[in-house]
Design a protein around this ligand. Structure first.
Ligand SMILES: [Zn+2]
Ligand SMILES: [Zn+2]
Length: 296
């Protein structure tokens, strides 16, 4: 909430994107400090040799998304300057207070994000790319942005296209992006934090740790990026009263280096067994379960 307030002040001062980047960096530094002092899982503090790859994926995604946002903003400004270009009437309730517009934007974007993420787990072609994110064996702030850029592009198109088509103003698109960035960095952090009833509404670290489980029945849940509304509606919400597994990752291979990971989904060897298919293979499920014996 404090970060969102900071961005609000930045937007008011006409330096929204600059202030967003500064606030995001400050939050990352605070969270990395808290991971050292208040870790959720001590085993996840050990280096996994993926820090460079994680940061390289993050920078590539951040660059690509900010270019996409800038292009959208330019297109938005162009259509505002020439309203006759708009071929269909805008359905967007632009007269409502901005807080309600952003809430509506989050909910509509979430519909796209939910299905993009669920498809990435159920469609072998998309899972090739999404497996890069799930191949990490520890969760911490630095692997928040570890997504193959094709994976990111699919979810950005799924979510932003809905808002764009319905005529949402650029400012709403920017607020949804800011909210998504802050929730994303929180859900991956390795900090002992409890969110209680908030986990029924928002995506939280507790829920997202289950999503990273190697056990297909546990990992193919909690697809929500920011809100859990569609997991509740479509029956994929998962929040049992026990500790999520320490041992996370994917059963298939993944190159250790950044360039190898970028190219992996395009190679024949890059095909990964789908998590849903694995659920039917009892031997694999048993294997991953026995690997979790260290959990509390
Ligand atoms: Zn996933
Ligand atoms: Zn994740």
């Amino acid at each position: 909430m404090a970060c969102l307030y900071g961005v609000y002040l930045g937007v008011e001062a006409d330096h929204g994107i600059l202030v967003f980047n500064l606030v995001y960096l400050a939050l990352a530094v605070v969270l990395i400090g808290l991971e050292r002092t208040l870790p959720y899982e001590k085993a996840w503090l050990k280096p996994d040799g993926q820090t460079f790859a994680n940061l390289a994926h993050t920078l590539l995604n951040k660059g690509a998304v900010q270019i996409l946002v800038a292009v959208t903003a330019v297109l938005g400004l162009a259509s505002a300057a020439e309203p006759q270009r708009q071929t269909w009437p805008s359905l967007w309730p632009a007269d409502l207070p901005m807080v309600i517009q952003v809430g509506l934007g989050l909910l509509l974007a979430e519909f796209g994000l939910y299905w993009a993420h669920r498809l990435a787990h159920e469609w072998a072609l998309l899972w090739r790319f999404h497996a890069v994110h799930h191949s990490v064996t520890r969760l911490w702030v630095v692997n928040t942005g570890r997504f193959h850029f094709v994976d990111t592009a699919v979810s950005v198109v799924f979510s932003q296209a809905i808002l764009f088509a319905i005529g949402a103003p650029v400012i709403v698109l920017l607020w949804v992006s800011a909210f998504t960035a802050f929730v994303g960095i929180l859900t991956h952090c390795n900090i002992e934090m409890r969110f209680g009833p908030l986990s029924y509404i928002f995506n939280t670290p507790e829920l997202h740790r289950w999503h990273h489980s190697m056990v297909p029945d546990e990992g193919n849940t909690n697809y929500g990026e920011n809100l859990m509304a569609f997991d509740q509606v479509f029956g994929t919400f998962f929040n049992p009263p026990r500790r999520p597994p320490v041992k996370i990752g994917i059963p298939g291979p993944m190159p250790a280096d950044f360039l190898g990971q970028l190219g992996h989904p395009f190679r024949a060897s890059g095909s990964q067994a789908l998590p849903t298919v694995l659920a039917k293979d009892k031997s694999v499920a048993a294997l991953t379960r026995s690997g979790d014996s260290g959990q509390g």
